[in-house]
Design a protein around this ligand. Structure first.
Ligand code: K7E
Ligand code: CUA
Length: 663
């Protein structure tokens, strides 16, 4: 047995408290195992035989040792990942890569009762745009709240690209508290990103429309279509975005893409990249080039450099106009007053990531093989001295590319997004090449690449977009997983790959198939920064309103009251009964159910459903929920607890009786 294997065997022996034979002595058994026999599986005591039986290399076993998390052991980091079209957020532990939670955000979620009670319905209903009920979201970018440019573990913000919305999640209970709609944009993308103290949550639009989404023909594109960047004011005490204190900047009708806030030396600034500065609008049926080719004509698009502190002052000084209740700084003002400046960025840019020290902005171009490192000090200097190369079609000053950059690094094909470690290195995802490129920010030198499977989009590192990245781990968020997993039909899972970056060389550790897509960005925070509550205490707390529910019911005070055709049921839930357990109403009555879980024991969750009435709630310990429905179907409807909460869970039931009219 090689020293290495003995070392691993020893480690396992120590960890598991099992004595493992120091060497493989039973040749027949070993042979059987190597030939694909199963003797070594199960209660094997021989590591080599087990490795042979499962076809594992030493590197595999080492990776397993670095990620395997035995029962009871907890993760060092948590990933908050976009759930893409699911409209939700996925919470995943690192290094185990186990999924711990789905946070319901833009889409009703039955287990959590999200979208099935009055208050969560109100959050979702209040988040409607237009007149069509929205039952999903396209989540791209989660942003953890920051203090001094570092994650503080208090809040999480996410965008809905499809419907121009931003949601606020409180990490005290991992629940969505607010969804803010942007009534001006057609879609967003450059959000959510926060300023270093979470004063603002940034939201940049993506596909231009007339602001407010009024009709204008595409022939008026340059004249009437616009982009927008919103600075949503966040009130940390209230844990809510305050739209009345928020404001935006009108932008030219380029497709603004990713954004990032400056930090430390560049605090007070924000950066947004863009594509389609050609302002292509397609027209393939009229024989014009498709948007994809029309939008790829220019060698350079524009990195948007925004002095948001100055913008804030101008808005406070009354220089904004109000559109649909939001204050917007007109493009002309932003251009003339130095709030908005451009610099070229090659070619079909995508990522836009400020370095941990705030001195540089890294932009990658999908159709360029380089990352471009912009130097903030140079940019600031050029703007202060009004050293502009030209102006764009809308009068926005443009800096000379060569004067604004620190340099470029040839990283490979299709670079997208960049994250950082604690040693001055950057990690850039290479979509076309299916690799992660590690390069030195200081030396602008490519150091190493590792293959990922396949077509990586975003990349994340442990606290890798803060002022103090941790190093240790990178996760490749791969769009494709062809040949990695057992087939599950034509819609393949995506693939999160955990990479160890603690050593000199990057090491692949783990593949996590993601069956809920399409995830885009994610952030990884040290788990000990989070302090979630274990229950709502004292009982009667409504997590959606953030206080004691006015209808919260105490044990012994349960009752049913009637006022005309309004029936109020004040109910409690505790192992293993609902009180009251009989509710009789008349057909046509409106039933207002107020249910409080008076449990104060950890992890003792009840559920509440009434058959056929689409009533479905989750009652975590201490939680109060309200649900209103019209008793318009006469008959007999059992209600019951939907969580296997106790030995008498099946007995946790009761009846809703709806007496037919005239009986
Ligand atoms: Cu690259 Cu929306 Cu950030 Cu997807 S975006 S990958
Ligand atoms: Cu309560 Cu089952």
């Amino acid at each position: 047995m090689k020293t290495w294997t003995r070392h691993v065997a020893l480690a396992i022996a120590v960890t598991c408290g099992i004595a493992i034979a120091a060497a493989c002595t039973n040749k027949a058994e070993q042979q059987a195992a190597t030939q694909g026999g199963t003797t070594a599986l199960g209660a094997s005591e021989d590591l080599k035989a087990l490795m042979a039986a499962r076809g594992l290399s030493e590197a595999d076993v080492e990776a397993a040792l670095k990620t395997y998390t035995p029962t009871g052991k907890k993760d060092e980091y948590l990933i908050f990942a976009s759930g893409g079209h699911s409209g939700q957020v996925l919470v995943i532990g690192v290094p185990s890569m186990r999924q711990l939670k789905t946070i319901a955000v833009f889409t009703p979620e039955p287990w959590q009762g999200y979208g099935y009670g009055d208050e969560s319905n109100k959050i979702l209903a209040g988040a409607m745009q237009g007149t069509h009920a929205l039952s999903w979201g396209d989540v791209h970018h989660p942003a953890l709240s920051e203090t001094g440019g570092d994650y503080d573990g208090q809040f999480l913000f996410v965008n809905d690209k499809a419907n121009g919305r931003i949601a606020v999640i409180d990490l005290a209970d991992f629940m969505t508290k607010q969804i803010v709609v942007d009534p001006l944009v057609g879609s967003n993308h450059g959000g959510a990103f926060v300023t270093p103290n979470t004063d603002y949550v940034i939201e940049g639009s993506q596909y231009p429309t007339p602001l407010g989404r009024d009709y204008a023909p595409l022939s008026d594109y340059q004249a009437k279509y616009r982009g927008l960047v919103m600075f949503w004011k966040f009130d940390r005490k209230k844990g809510r975005i305050v739209p009345e204190q928020s404001w935006g900047i009108e932008l030219p009708p380029y497709s603004q893409d990713l954004s990032d806030a400056g930090k430390l030396v560049s605090d007070g600034w924000a950066f947004l990249n863009s594509f389609n500065t050609e302002m292509a609008t397609g027209g393939t049926l009229q024989g014009k080039p498709a948007i994809e080719s029309g939008a790829s004509q220019n060698d350079m698009d524009y990195l948007h450099i925004i002095d948001w502190k100055k913008g804030e002052q101008l808005v406070a000084a009354g220089k904004a106009t109000t559109m649909k209740g939001l204050r917007v700084l007109p493009l002309q003002v932003a251009a003339d007053e130095g709030v908005l400046t451009f610099v070229g960025e090659p070619k079909s840019p995508h990522g836009c990531d400020v370095t941990p020290d705030g001195t540089a902005i890294v932009v990658a171009g999908k159709l360029d093989t380089h990352t471009t490192v912009y130097d903030f000090a140079k940019i600031k200097d050029l703007i202060a001295n009004k050293k502009f190369e030209s102006k764009d079609a809308f009068g926005v000053p443009v800096l000379a590319f060569k004067d604004a950059i620190r340099g470029q690094v040839e990283v490979g094909l299709g670079p997208l997004h960049t994250q950082y470690d604690d040693k001055g290195n950057a990690y850039t995802s290479l979509f076309l090449e299916s690799k992660v490129a590690k390069w030195s920010v200081k030396d602008l030198k490519l150091l190493e690449k590792i293959s990922v499977h396949y077509n990586i989009g975003h990349i994340l590192a442990a606290e890798g977009d803060t002022v103090s990245p941790d190093g240790k781990y990178v996760v490749a968020m791969n769009k494709m997983s062809i040949d990695r997993f057992t087939g599950v039909g034509p819609l393949y899972p995506q693939n999160f790959q955990l990479i160890d970056i603690s050593g000199d060389k990057m090491r692949m550790l783990y593949d996590l198939p993601i069956g809920d897509g399409e995830p885009h960005y994610a952030q990884m925070i040290r788990a000990d920064k989070l302090h979630p509550v274990k229950m709502y205490t004292p009982a009667g707390f409504n997590p959606y309103t953030g206080g004691r529910d006015p209808n919260a019911t105490e044990g012994g005070k349960e009752r049913i009251t009637r006022n005309g055709d309004q029936v109020d049921v004040y109910m409690t839930a505790v192992r293993s009964h609902f009180t009251p357990d009989q509710i009789e109403v008349n057909e046509g009555d409106t039933v207002n159910l107020h249910i409080t879980s008076i449990e104060q024991a950890e992890d003792q969750t009840h559920g509440f459903t009434i058959d056929m009435y689409n009533v479905n709630l989750s009652l975590e310990p201490g939680k109060s929920e309200n649900v209103t429905f019209k008793a318009d179907m006469p008959g007999v409807y059992p209600f019951y607890c939907t969580e296997f909460c106790s030995a008498l869970h099946l007995e946790m039931t009761g009846y809703l009786l709806v007496k037919p009219k005239g009986k």
